[in-house]
Design a binder for this molecule. Structure first.
Ligand code: 5RP
Length: 233
């Protein structure tokens, strides 16, 4: 039960627990599950610890999450060593009604996108503040190869955004991040495609072609569930 006037942290813990309950009942003990990155994913990892006998192992989307999983007594495996992953659970910086997302506020967008691509189902866990009518108020993270940073920044500006280098930040893959401010993302799939085509872009933090399949949204009134209605090819 979510207390009245719940804090954002309480909402994160509530959706994390709701996700663990679903995983424990849907996917059984032999499943390897994908685990995302961020403060909501941290709550999920902590909640998962109580069920460590119920899952075989986890794939982590960042070194940070791998360390937290291990610290909680969970087995972490390499994505290359598994054939299937029934579910990936992660937070989002923004999520819209079509369950397209902006992700990468924590800088783990590339591994998150890989894990999401492999998983059969993507469960997004988020507090109510993450639900938006249109993506773009949160600066869109773009992971870039360092030598391409200036070129990619010019191309992103031509798409209508204002890119800013995330100072002092290096991704788990040794790359840099440009955070693109000022976008109103009317067509998330089209923008994802356009940014993906820029040479030097490793990953754009738009998760539209492969959005979430299920959103568990923590609100003051309780957990709301939203299913993705369609999947674009
Ligand atoms: C990390 C992410 C996170 O899912 C996103 O930043 C949300 O984080 P939080 O749960 O801390 O609000 O994409 O790269």
């Amino acid at each position: 039960m979510i207390p009245t006037m719940a804090s954002q942290d309480e909402l994160k813990r509530a959706v994390a627990s709701a996700a663990v309950e679903r995983i424990a009942s849907y996917f059984g003990t032999s499943a390897v599950i994908g685990v995302g990155t961020g403060s909501t994913a941290d709550c999920f990892i902590d909640a998962l610890a109580a069920h460590r006998g119920s899952i075989a192992a986890a794939v982590a989307s960042s070194e940070r999450s791998a360390a937290r999983l291990r610290a909680n007594g969970l087995v972490v495996v390499d994505l290359n060593d598994i054939d299937t992953m029934p579910v990936y659970v992660d937070g989002a910086d923004e999520i819209d009604a079509g369950l397209s997302m902006i992700k990468g506020g924590g800088g783990a967008l590339t591994r998150e996108k890989i894990a999401a691509a492999v998983a059969v189902r993507f469960i997004c866990i988020a507090d109510a503040s993450k639900r938006v009518a249109m993506l773009g108020r949160f600066p869109l993270p773009v992971e870039v190869i360092p030598m391409a940073r200036a070129y990619v920044a010019r191309k992103l500006a031509a798409l209508g955004g204002t890119p800013r280098l995330r100072e002092g930040f290096v991704t788990d893959n040794g790359n840099q991040i440009l955070d693109v401010h000022g976008l109103s993302i009317r067509d998330p799939v089209a923008l994802e495609d356009a940014v993906d085509r820029i040479a030097g872009v490793v990953t754009v933090g738009l998760f539209a072609r492969r959005g979430a399949d299920l959103l568990l949204l923590g609100t003051a009134a309780g957990i709301e569930e939203y299913q993705r209605e369609y999947r674009r090819p």
